[in-house]
Design a protein around this ligand. Structure first.
Ligand SMILES: Cc1cc2nc3c(=O)[nH]c(=O)nc-3n(C[C@H](O)[C@H](O)[C@H](O)COP(=O)(O)OP(=O)(O)OC[C@H]3O[C@@H](n4cnc5c(N)ncnc54)[C@H](O)[C@@H]3O)c2cc1C
Length: 328
């Protein structure tokens, strides 16, 4: 069968993932990125109810058949999901044959509290952590650090590097610039500080125009930032989701071509098709351009991601990597 370069690359994800599955069930993302390019990962958030948790676990099982290299679990604003994040991380780490990357933010935490959370993860055998400053709680306009806590993500990165040196550390990157940063020169200076503090890789904020990602890669290269950069992608499937996403990922630009397509849709189903098509083409180009890894913001649903992979022609490989491999 003649495969296009893009399809060859997509198949590589699955081949590499299979290699990973055969070698270790828990591995540092740093190492995954050294040996396997591109990596495939999914992001989930901790659900609030038992019913939603059961639903999420079913969705994770569906997505596990694509042999992701790792999954990450978000940490709610102001540490509000502290226990839910911990519980979900613990469950997935115990029950699923897949590395789990917990997110951790500085918001409202002293170093002592952060130390306790990190110690729990280490006792469990977690090898990875995604370090973020976090956003200020809704009622507050600007971020105020805990008097005995870190001010920036880089401060927590330094702390972890010193006290939990075996953890592989990921940090956030903003291809369109972080909304609070005054300009792109500062954006890159601060990013460099995070990397110099000990971060092993960057995972980006979602973007709808790959041009921003490629430009960002070049800027990192100019700054001497050599760690792998994983592209964060989120398909839009509803109008309300699109609006919420623009609020959450402040500063994220929606290309006019995408906006027009969204505007011309006549039904929620058609809008979903537009969003899935857009994300498919973004993913195809990223894989074709040798991106270090792709990280899919799933919103806890498998079906959208499944359709994207189907669009990319991943069905046969999907069959090769059966769910049994991931069973408890
Ligand atoms: C992949 C990804 C995952 C995320 N997961 C979560 C999550 O689970 N939970 C959550 O609450 N949020 C999450 N976020 C959102 C993130 O917490 C916010 O975007 C936050 O505003 C910035 O976090 P940061 O880690 O980039 O912070 P930092 O790198 O600390 O930057 C925060 C601000 O401070 C500025 N800054 C940095 N260093 C300096 C310095 N030395 N001097 C002056 N200014 C400086 C930066 O330019 C930026 O404007 C995620 C974002 C991404 C991209």
């Amino acid at each position: 069968m003649n495969l296009t370069p893009a399809k060859k690359k997509v198949n590589l994800i699955l081949d590499y993932s299979l290699t990973f599955k055969k070698s270790k069930t828990n591995m540092q993302v740093k190492k995954i990125l050294q040996g396997q390019r591109p990596s495939l990962s999914f992001e989930f958030f901790p659900p609030k109810t038992q019913e939603a948790t059961n639903d999420l676990l079913l969705n994770i099982d569906k997505l596990a058949s694509y042999a992701p290299n790792y999954v990450s679990i978000t940490y709610g604003a102001g540490g509000t999901t502290r226990h839910q994040t911990h519980d979900l991380v613990s469950k997935l780490h115990k029950d699923k044959n897949i590395p789990v990357v917990p997110h951790l933010t500085c918001v409202g935490h002293s170093f002592e509290e952060l130390h306790e959370i990190l110690s729990h993860y280490c006792t469990m055998g977690i090898q990875n952590i995604m370090v973020l400053r976090g956003d200020p709680p809704k009622k507050e306009k600007s971020f105020t650090p805990h008097p005995q806590g870190p001010r920036y993500a880089k401060d927590l990165v330094s702390y972890i590097k010193k006290n939990f040196p075996h953890l592989s550390i990921g940090v956030a990157g903003f291809p369109e610039g972080h909304p609070e940063t005054p300009n792109f020169i500062k954006e890159m200076d601060y990013l460099k500080e995070k990397i110099d503090a000990g971060a092993d890789y960057i995972c980006t904020q979602l973007f709808f125009d790959n041009h921003y990602f490629f430009e960002y890669q070049e800027r990192c290269d100019l700054m001497g930032i050599k760690v792998p950069i994983i592209a964060g992608l989120m398909p839009i499937t509803t109008l309300s989701g699109l609006k919420r996403m623009c609020e959450l990922a402040e500063g994220c630009k929606i290309p006019a071509r995408l906006l027009k397509a969204v505007k011309w849709t006549n039904s929620p189903e058609q809008l979903e098709e537009v969003g899935i098509h857009w994300a498919t083409e973004q993913l195809r180009e990223l894989l074709y351009r040798d991106t270090a890894g792709v990280h899919l913001y799933t919103l806890n649903k498998a079906s959208t991601i499944e359709t994207i992979f189907k669009n990319l022609g991943l069905n046969e490989s999907h069959q090769l990597h059966s769910k049994e491999d991931w069973a408890l």
